[in-house]
Design a protein around this ligand. Structure first.
Ligand code: SAT
Ligand code: MN
Length: 582
């Protein structure tokens, strides 16, 4: 039973949104069946071939609503300074007023669904409770997969008011009336005018990253845009790694990687593919939990070769968003195995043929699937305490400059590497694709407070963790002068992970460079890989003049944080300049 604090808040929000009906989700299987039928009736879901894809459905979003809209996403702290220079800011009173007018009456003729949800596993001391109010069945059915929902949450909450108040309404999907606002001080999220992904599944980026990063700062833990995986070696020992990459840069693929046959005895265990909550354990190590219960993965490019575990995860009980529907009622997207279908209904709901010259699936089309269906899911994935992290990876998509792999000299240097990350933009957010932008720790769109203070929090955590993980930078995307990828990537990335693990064990040779520690000669296992000596050299090459330019760009980027930039990061930047000159 929801407590009176919940009931009062729901009542207040209902008075604002004026739904015809309020429906309290109980999380049962019966409810799932019923709401799925309702969504088929309203057109929020389309049926698929239930023999070939049992329990799977298709959703088509509005054409102006296919990715996160970062320019419409706001951090509403009392002062602009608290939100910092990299976030959009709106004063809380102004935001409540502005959005309140859009929410007002927005659910007339509709149902308001009340979703009690938990981020984190049942019984975890780190789990956080949220309640999302929404008029979208798509949201309800996705939240069922991505989070843990149902009456159990009310029992956990008891009579406490420690729950995140999440309000969402689709309203008219007009871009000029779309806002995603976060109120860290009020533990509140208001999202209106969208019905897509990270804009509206409020447990994910909004709670588990933006608000959680703010909570973590106050409570000495970290909420990061990181996958979590375990690497089991031939002796049966498993080492856990957390890795931050910007959206649509291969986190899901890395988290579910299958090592190639040449790497016998190695196995990857998936703990999470997008978000990590990191706490200091009693043993003085950093431990990671995955607050989510499912995956919201990028569909295009996913196939039996690039990610067989993801393909197996979506065979049943999955929701596909903005993919192509084939005549036999199965789904397709660009880069899927097999032949390109001769015809189909594209993501816009229109008849499509390969000669149409358009994409069948939206470049940011997605699958939502329960993590429990993933063949590589770790036996530890729901461990309430999480898994101990030995290495943190920062990865970006850079066709030039950044080597395949290098190691930070220490935590402070690693924080600098994370803070100075840059990556080429992808279709995960609305805007130009392929433009280089600074994306510190892959958190640029997800940090719920001043990013300068966030860097300081990283440094503070480093001092608090007795046995901190080692920090590395990886780049699978480096190209040669002709634009050819130098590294095969996917399963072959295990070779890089092996060196990383050796380093965390005090083994594996390394060679000092101005930017960090590179693998020593023959330190990367390249057996059975068709990689020329010249390609390897290019993969690990540090071009001093380009790096000098990079260091200047980093300095410039850091400049915007003013007094909020920790002095240590300025020092790291100067030290990099100096090493490059030597
Ligand atoms: O749409 S989401 O924000 O959930 C996915 C992503 O951009 O990583
Ligand atoms: Mn993400």
């Amino acid at each position: 039973m929801p407590n009176t604090k919940v009931a009062l808040w729901v009542d207040e929000m209902a008075k604002l949104c004026k739904p015809d009906k309020i429906y309290w989700c109980d999380g049962s299987e019966e409810e799932k069946k019923r709401l799925t039928q309702d969504a088929l009736k309203t057109g929020e879901l389309h049926d698929l071939n239930q023999e070939k894809l049992p329990g799977c459905y298709l959703h088509r979003s509005h054409q102006n609503d296919v990715a996160r809209t970062e320019h419409l996403t706001f951090i509403c702290t009392p002062t602009k300074d608290e939100a910092g220079p990299t976030n959009n800011w709106m004063a809380p009173a102004e935001a409540y007023d502005k959005l309140g007018k859009i929410f007002d009456g927005s659910m007339k003729g509709r149902t308001m669904y009340v979703i009690p949800f938990l981020m984190g596993s049942w019984g975890s001391p780190y789990a956080k409770i949220g309640v999302e109010l929404t008029d979208s069945l798509y949201v309800v059915l996705n939240m069922r997969i991505l989070t843990r929902i149902g009456n159990r949450v009310w029992d956990l909450l008891g009579d406490s008011d420690r729950f995140t108040r999440c309000l969402h309404a689709r309203a008219d999907l007009d871009l000029s009336r779309r806002f995603i606002c976060h109120f860290p001080q009020d533990n509140t999220i208001w999202s209106v005018g969208s019905a897509y992904g990270g804009n509206v599944l409020l447990g994910k980026k909004c709670l588990a990253l933006r608000l959680a990063s703010y909570m973590g700062r106050n409570e000495n833990w970290m909420a990061e845009h990181m996958l979590i995986l375990g690497v089991e070696d031939p002796s049966g020992k498993t080492t856990y790694i957390a890795a931050a990459f910007p959206s649509a840069c291969g986190k899901t693929n890395l988290a579910m990687m299958v090592p190639p046959p040449s790497q016998t005895g190695y196995k990857i265990w998936t703990v999470g593919d997008d978000i990590a909550w990191l706490h200091i354990g009693k043993d003085g190590r950093l431990w990671a939990v995955n607050p989510e219960a499912g995956f919201f993965g990028v569909a295009p490019g996913t196939n039996r070769k690039s990610n067989p575990n993801a393909m197996a995860s979506v065979e049943k009980n999955a929701i596909f968003t903005n993919v192509l529907k084939r005549p036999d009622g199965t789904v397709w997207w660009e880069g899927m195995d097999g032949e390109v279908p001769a015809e189909g209904i594209d993501w816009k709901g229109e008849k499509w043929t390969p000669s149409a010259g358009t994409k069948g699936a939206n470049p940011n089309s997605r699958f939502t699937a329960p993590a429990s269906q993933c063949p590589s899911i770790s036996p530890e994935w729901e461990n309430p305490e999480g898994v101990p992290i030995s290495a943190i990876l920062f990865g970006s998509r850079r066709t030039h400059l950044t080597p395949l792999i290098y190691e930070a000299f220490n935590w402070q240097h690693g924080t600098f590497i994370g803070a100075s990350m840059a990556s080429e933009t992808t279709a995960a957010a609305q805007g130009a694709v392929g433009v280089l932008r600074r994306d510190p720790m892959a958190m640029l769109p997800f940090c719920g407070y001043n990013m300068g203070d966030y860097f300081a929090h990283w440094l503070k955590m480093g001092a608090l963790i007795k046995n901190p993980p080692k920090i590395f930078c990886v780049n699978w995307f480096r190209q040669d002068a002709s634009g050819r990828f130098l590294w095969p990537g996917f399963g072959e990335n295990i070779r890089v992970l092996r060196w990383i693990i050796e380093r965390t064990e005090g083994k594996g040779s390394a060679a000092e460079s101005p930017v960090g520690l590179l693998p020593g000669k023959n330190a990367l296992c390249l057996d059975g890989l068709d990689l020329s000596a010249k390609d390897l050299e290019q993969l690990l090459d540090i071009k001093r003049t380009e790096w000098q330019e990079e260091a200047s760009q980093i300095e410039k980027f850091f400049g915007q944080f003013g007094d909020h930039l920790p002095a240590a990061l300025g020092e790291e930047c100067r030290a990099l300049h100096k090493r490059l000159r030597e």
